[in-house]
Write a protein that binds this ligand. Structure first.
Ligand SMILES: Nc1ncnc2c1ncn2[C@@H]1O[C@H](COP(=O)(O)OP(=O)(O)OP(=O)(O)O)[C@@H](O)[C@H]1O
Ligand SMILES: [Mg+2]
Length: 292
C-alpha cells in the first residue's frame, strides 16, 4: 500500500539515540532514505555505522528517537502498539544473519512457514497450501517435513525467506542474510532474493558487508556515521548480469534535505581542505577549493 505518487519508504532526518547507563550513543544522525515500491536495495557500511539500527527500525522492532519515517501508509514514529503489531505481521518480513534465529528447531519447515499465518489467523487449509507453495518457490518443496537441524545453512536461510514471505508482506528486510554462509551458498540465497523481488514484486532491503551482494543489485546505499553517504547505481539488472552483460556503475554522493554532503576524506586530504571550503560554479560544474 502506498499513497499514490509517493515513494514506498521515506526516511528524513532520522535519529536513533541509545542510552546505556549514562552513555549516549547516536546510532543514526539525520539519515535520509527513499525507496520505491518493488526496488531491491543493498545497504553497506562499516561495522557500527548504523545498518542494523536502521533495519530494526524499519522492521518495527525498535522506535526512532526523532525525524520522519514512513513505510507505505504507516508512520513509524507515531504508531500505536496495535498498529505496530499489524505492521510487523502484514507489512514486513525479516531475515536474521544467524540461521538458527530464523526458525523454530522443533517445528518442521512447513510448520515454520505456516507459523506467521497461524498467528495472523489464516484458515488451516489455506495456510498449508501457501506454505507448500512458498517452499516450492524457495526450491525446498520436497523438504517440508524436515526439521531445521536436518537442513544445511543455505537451505535454512531459504526456508527463512519463505517464513518472511508467508503473510505476503510488501517489504522484506534481511540483515546480513549470507553472513554465515560460504560464497557459493551465499550466492544462491542472493539469487533467490532477486527472484522473489522480480516474481513477487516484493521490495527488498539487504544489509551486507559482502561486495558481491552490493554489486549485484540495482542500487547500493552506503551508511557512514549514521547517515546515508553515497549511492551506487547500476544500469543492468541482476538477471541480465547473470547472462553475461556488463554493468555500468556510477557512484554518487548524497545530499540531505539541509544540503549537506559528506565529502570523502581522501578528496579533502588531496586538496588540503580542513575546515572551510570555497564553492564555485565553473562551466556548469561545481568546484571546491580550500578556504583554510
Ligand atoms: N541496544 C543498543 N544499545 C546501545 N548502543 C547500541 C545498541 N545497538 C547498537 N548500538 C550502537 O549503535 C551503533 C550502530 O550499531 P549497529 O548495530 O546499527 O551497527 P551496524 O552497522 O549494524 O554494525 P555491524 O556491521 O557490526 O553489524 C554502534 O555504535 C553500536 O554500538
Ligand atoms: Mg549489524
Amino acid at each position: 500500500m502506498t499513497k499514490s505518487g509517493s515513494a514506498y519508504i521515506e526516511c528524513s532526518g532520522l535519529f536513533k539515540i541509545y542510552k546505556a547507563a549514562d552513555l549516549e550513543v547516536v546510532a543514526l544522525r539525520g539519515l535520509e532514505l527513499t525507496v520505491q515500491q518493488g526496488e531491491i536495495l543493498a545497504i553497506v557500511g562499516a561495522s557500527g555505522s548504523g545498518k542494523s539500527t536502521l533495519l530494526n527500525i524499519l522492521a518495527g522492532y525498535d522506535a526512532p528517537s526523532a525525524g520522519t519515517i514512513r513505510v507505505g501508509d504507516f508512520d513509524l514514529l507515531q504508531m500505536t502498539n496495535k498498529e505496530v503489531v499489524k505492521y510487523r505481521r502484514h507489512e514486513v518480513g525479516f531475515i536474521w544473519q544467524e540461521t538458527s534465529r530464523n526458525l523454530f528447531p522443533y517445528l518442521t519447515t512447513l510448520e515454520n512457514v505456516e507459523l506467521p499465518m497461524v498467528i495472523a489467523g489464516s484458515p488451516k487449509t489455506e495456510r498449508k497450501k501457501r506454505a507448500q507453495e512458498l517452499l516450492d518457490i524457495v526450491g525446498l518443496g520436497d523438504r517440508s517435513s524436515h526439521k531445521p537441524a536436518e537442513l544445511s545453512g543455505g537451505e535454512q536461510q531459504r526456508v527463512a525467506i519463505a517464513v518472511g514471505l508467508s503473510n505476503k508482506p510488501p517489504l522484506l528486510l534481511a540483515d546480513e542474510p549470507t553472513g554465515e554462509l560460504d560464497d557459493q551458498t551465499g550466492k544462491e540465497v542472493l539469487e533467490l532474493l532477486n527472484k522473489v523481488n522480480q516474481d513477487l514484486g516484493t521490495t527488498i532491503l539487504i544489509v551486507t558487508h559482502d561486495p558481491a551482494i552490493a554489486t549485484s543489485v540495482q542500487r547500493a546505499i552506503a551508511i557512514k556515521d549514521g547517515k546515508t553517504s553515497t549511492e551506487t547505481t547500476r544500469e543492468v539488472s541482476y538477471e541480465r548480469k547473470l547472462n553475461g552483460e556488463t554493468t555500468n556503475t556510477e557512484e554518487f554522493l548524497l545530499i540531505d534535505t539541509a544540503g549537506s554532503v559528506q565529502i570523502p576524506r581522501d578528496v579533502l586530504n588531496e586538496l588540503n581542505i580542513e575546515r572551510k571550503v570555497k564553492v564555485d560554479i565553473k562551466d556548469g560544474k561545481v568546484t571546491l577549493e580550500s578556504g583554510d
